[in-house]
Design a protein around this ligand. Structure first.
Ligand SMILES: C[S@@+](CC[C@H](N)C(=O)[O-])C[C@H]1O[C@@H](n2cnc3c(N)ncnc32)[C@H](O)[C@@H]1O
Length: 336
């Protein structure tokens, strides 16, 4: 048996496993106050399992109708997480990772370059997302939602394969995030064309929202499968498709130095919405540092994470418990 498949980490907080009396974090009344409640020591954390595995192999062996939601940030260039590209990134040496131009003396973190995709790369991405969607539609229960991070340059290569695989498109979540992608003047001619930007500076990140078709009405599906809708923020406030979110930085980055780390403040809102009754299992098939898994656990939800790269898998093992304990919004533990 492949050694990777035997490496199965099962982690659950003692409270959940032993069923001790637990204090659940107070229900948030709005997105803004969602993360002020201290988590460490007082919250009921959800259990999780993480696997060092190839998602496609793992999903092919997973029981049908056995997962309730997917929240994920997949690789896009397809090659950006290959060992040779990660090596080039480490050395600051070309490849698909590029350092955004410095205009204020600050050193920027490298970002994957998507504009260099050829037609053959695009076809590979369509095939990648087509294969992924076909596997996900089998393992999700009816009414299960998928939240998939993408970007404005490649989202069309994700959405069509998901719809062709049988998912319904249910909208897009717009994460308002000020990145340093785009907005640059023409390379080597920025003085001559100082009033020109080659592309807009990107200020948002789309997350495709899909649902496996329901069995019966929404209420039937909710009763039988615990899925079909999205959890409201409160009695008076539905989940919304516009979320303001800074990039992950500071303490979070120290804990989980993954090149494309997503912030807890954002992910906790998404995972919470993904399980309408707070019941079921969320899968992140490309977990990286385990940020989605930490967010789910911090919200008291059950989850499974998969990662192919042993280095990132080790990072996730270390980072998840520490990310769970973070209290965003400027709390004294320094999650900012
Ligand atoms: C965009 S990153 C996710 C980062 C994550 N959002 C975080 O906050 O840490 C995508 C991850 O998918 C992993 N990956 C790529 N192909 C995979 C595969 N076939 N199976 C499992 N993981 C894979 C990469 O190694 C990378 O860590």
């Amino acid at each position: 048996m492949d050694e990777r498949k035997t490496l199965r980490i099962v982690l659950a907080t003692a409270e959940v496993v032993k069923g001790k009396a637990m204090h659940r974090a107070k229900e948030p009344t709005s997105g803004a106050t969602l993360f002020k409640e201290p988590a460490a020591g007082s919250a009921c954390h959800g259990s999780y399992e993480i696997f060092l595995a190839d998602t496609f192999e793992w999903l092919a062996n997973r029981r049908h109708d056995s997962l309730h939601a997917v929240v994920t940030d997949p690789p896009y260039g397809l090659i950006e997480y290959k060992p040779e590209q990660l090596e080039k990134r480490k050395n600051g040496n070309g490849g698909v990772w590029r350092i955004p131009p410095s205009f204020d003396g600050c050193r920027r973190s490298p970002l994957p370059r998507f504009t260099v995709l050829t037609e053959s790369d695009r076809q590979k991405l369509r095939t990648f997302f087509g294969n992924l969607a076909k596997l996900l539609v089998k393992v999700l229960v009816p009414g299960g939602h998928v939240f998939v991070a993408t970007n404005p340059l490649v989202s069309y290569l994700v959405y069509e394969p998901f719809i062709s695989a049988g998912f319904e498109k249910r909208g897009e979540i717009i994460r308002v995030v000020h990145t340093l992608r785009g907005g640059d003047r023409p390379k080597n001619a920025h003085h001559k064309f100082q009033h020109v930007s080659v592309m807009p500076r990107s200020c948002w990140e789309p997350w495709g929202l899909f649902r496996k078709p329901l069995e019966g009405r929404v209420q039937d599906n909710l009763r039988k499968w615990k899925t079909g809708g999205l959890r409201r923020i409160s009695d008076t406030e539905p989940f919304k498709d516009l979320i303001f979110s800074s990039p992950a930085r500071g303490r979070e980055r120290q804990i989980a130095p993954h090149p494309t780390l997503k912030p807890q403040q954002f992910l906790r809102q998404i995972v919470r919405a993904a399980l309408p009754l707070g019941e079921g299992v969320i899968l992140d098939p490309f977990m990286g540092s385990g940020s989605t898994i930490a967010a789910a656990s911090a919200c008291g939800l059950e989850s499974i994470g998969l990662e192919i790269n042993p280095e990132f898998f080790e990072m996730a093992k270390r980072a998840i418990p520490r990310l769970i304990a973070l209290v965003p919004n400027g709390a004294p533990d320094g999650s900012k």
